[in-house]
Design a protein around this ligand. Sequence first.
Ligand SMILES: Cc1cc2nc3c(=O)[nH]c(=O)nc-3n(C[C@H](O)[C@H](O)[C@H](O)COP(=O)(O)OP(=O)(O)OC[C@H]3O[C@@H](n4cnc5c(N)ncnc54)[C@H](O)[C@@H]3O)c2cc1C
Length: 312
Amino acid sequence: MSVLVVTEHLQGTVRDVTRELVTAGRPLGPVAVAVIARDPGPLAAAVDVEGVEEIVTVAAGADEFEGDTYQQALEALIESRRPRVVLLGFTVNAMSYAAAVAAKLGLGYASDVHGVALEGDAVIATRSFYAGKVSAELEFPGAETVLLLLRPTTWPPAEGTGGAAVSSLAVEVAPPRARHVEFTEPAATGDVDITQADVLLSIGRGIGDADAIAQFEGLAAKMGATLSVSRPIVDAGWMPASRQVGQSGKTVKPKVYLAFGISGAVQHLAGMKASGTIVAVNTDPEASIFGVAHYGAVVDLFDVAEELEKLY
Ligand SMILES: Cc1cc2nc3c(=O)[nH]c(=O)nc-3n(C[C@H](O)[C@H](O)[C@H](O)COP(=O)(O)OP(=O)(O)OC[C@H]3O[C@@H](n4cnc5c(N)ncnc54)[C@H](O)[C@@H]3O)c2cc1C
């Protein structure tokens, strides 16, 4: 069983998801990490983390991502190395070429995977269906190689230093059909950036109505925390979308995440479960948020807010 992880990088920096893929791949077998870039050398050093046995560089393409280049490079990597499992992030970049590679080479394939395991020789991938309401385990009978796109922030990023052997693969790639024109930073919203906060006080539908927003804005300010919200609060127009945590909002990893009146729907968890310490307050002891919380209180959130007001 061998695992090939494909590095994702942006503007000369390796994205966190790459080290998350290493963590996911390690229990499956020896991990090799491929770096596809115009100049892969500096990026290779950044993926030499604990558990990586080999780094394969492919000098191809431009500075920015090109789907056609990655497709051709990954096809060549798979044909030359025959890995059992290929892991990519479930990201906009990977979505643009991964399915084409799988179709062309006849690989097993699944996207938005949030669990992966071995049962005997079989690779089992877990993904959700019906807007996260159903989870299914998939296997890939007859597939020599399985290509999986893993959901970002599901595994912690691999840390440490590795000492991996570095090799290179020469690949002739045809000129891409798309041309990179310019890189544009997302427009600033003028609001705070919840992804940079150390402490997030996050509120959900459990706060009841819009009048409670001011109270929690005040409490967050007193605590030195940043206010974030679940989607219903944005859908109701009570807070801007820039404050939303989750699959269709932002992915956050604060040191402390306080979830007040948030049930813990899978789409919310996708955006916050990598947080350092998660504290959940919910009147429903069965709420899914308690499944990821390090500390939990089954109590009315307004009682906790009142106690916190007294403390700060
Ligand atoms: C494609 C798609 C994308 C989505 N993207 C996102 C996303 O990015 N982010 C997101 O958050 N959601 C997202 N959702 C919505 C998600 O499925 C849930 O509907 C949503 O997260 C629920 O928000 P909530 O936990 O605030 O509300 P609810 O699920 O209604 O939970 C409210 C909780 O508050 C508790 N509560 C009530 N009163 C009190 C009280 N007084 N004290 C303490 N606890 C109390 C209740 O027990 C309950 O658990 C998405 C859905 C889809 C289909």
